[in-house]
Design a protein around this ligand. Structure first.
Ligand code: PSU
Ligand code: MN
Length: 308
């Protein structure tokens, strides 16, 4: 397939030709999710975590209206310091392309770019979902998960969202919600939500076997792997929940909605927690990059065996 708007880095081109393990990384977390300079450090650290496991990281972003799969360090610095970067979900690509904009891709945006070049594994922090306030604010991420056959590793979703509604939506759309070594759906900063995953799996091998069985049925939905934040960085509910509530109230009071809502909430939670949430946020992102890389390795080892 010809991809007129997409540029692969030389490293990613080579890795895909050699059927090496590649892990896509999103960039809205860089442009809209974390403050400067932690955003750039985080992006570098996630790439390093993927490398440590022997896989190749592909940070996805928009630069001058080109969809870039794999960027170098200079480009990363530029992205992390961009003045008004766009938040690029599915509907925003064409705008960014024709107006030659810089932007960070969301979970949905990253899945679109990565899947069209054959990348099957992706690490992020938290997915978007159904918002509590605001009618019909349902993230396109859920749509992307419903029709893009990839393995997406996240730390669950923040309780700024309506978590039960988000899980119901995923069930409707045939998206398995895997708990990695847990039965409980994790809530990003916290390992607990009181809600169940659809299946618990305990190793990358099991996850890959599960994904194959799912896709062998002709289903096109993603496998959402939820990887709980390590215990020692999990924030206690009585600390983080009032902060999340306060941030949601502030958003409502200021009339913030649509695409601006998630970035506002993330920034406000960081502020109100005086940076405590930031440390946890970084740790869970590293943790997800490591697990995604391990899964990607198993996934390609199976493909290589099939080819011989
Ligand atoms: N949730 C987080 N951190 C994030 C995001 C969500 O805890 O950085 C970002 C992701 O890129 C996600 C996007 O895909 O926000 C969802 O935005 P929206 O709700 O506008 O679809
Ligand atoms: Mn939304």
């Amino acid at each position: 397939m010809k991809l007129p708007h997409t540029i692969l880095s030389p490293k990613i081109t080579r890795a895909l030709e050699l059927s090496q393990a590649v892990v896509a990384l999103e960039s809205t977390v860089i442009t809209h999710g974390l403050p400067i300079p932690q955003n750039m450090e985080l992006a570098r650290d996630m790439e390093a975590k993927v490398h440590e496991q022997g896989a190749v990281p592909a940070t996805v972003a928009l630069l001058d209206g080109k969809i870039r799969v794999g960027i170098n360090d200079d480009e990363l610095v530029r992205l992390a310091n961009a003045k008004d970067p766009v938040k690029v979900s599915r509907r925003d690509f064409a705008k960014a392309i024709i107006k030659k904009l810089d932007g960070g891709t969301t979970v949905a945006g990253t899945m679109l770019a990565a899947s069209q070049v054959g990348i099957r594994t992706f690490a992020t922090g938290g997915i978007g979902g159904v918002h509590r306030e605001g009618h019909m604010d349902i993230s396109t991420d859920l749509e992307a998960l419903s029709d893009t056959p990839m393995i997406v590793v996240c730390a669950g979703a923040k309780s700024i969202l309506d978590l039960p509604a988000t899980l119901e939506y995923l069930e409707t759309k045939a998206v398995p919600v895997v708990g990695y070594q847990t039965d409980e759906f994790p809530a990003f900063f916290s390992r607990k939500s009181g809600l169940n995953v659809s299946v618990r799996l305990d190793s990358p091998e099991e996850i890959v076997a599960f994904a194959k069985a799912h896709w062998d049925l002709g289903l096109k939905s993603a496998i959402l792997v939820t990887n709980p934040i390590p215990e020692e960085y999990s924030l206690p509910d009585d600390f983080i929940n009032p902060i999340i509530k306060q941030a949601s109230q502030d958003a409502q009071d200021r009339g913030i909605h649509g695409q601006a809502l998630t970035p506002f909430l993330l920034a406000r939670i960081n502020e109100l927690s005086e940076g405590r949430s930031l440390r946890s946020n970084l740790v869970l992102l590293h943790n997800n990059a490591t697990l995604a890389a391990r899964i990607a390795k198993v996934l390609v080892s199976g493909q290589r065996r099939k080819n011989v």
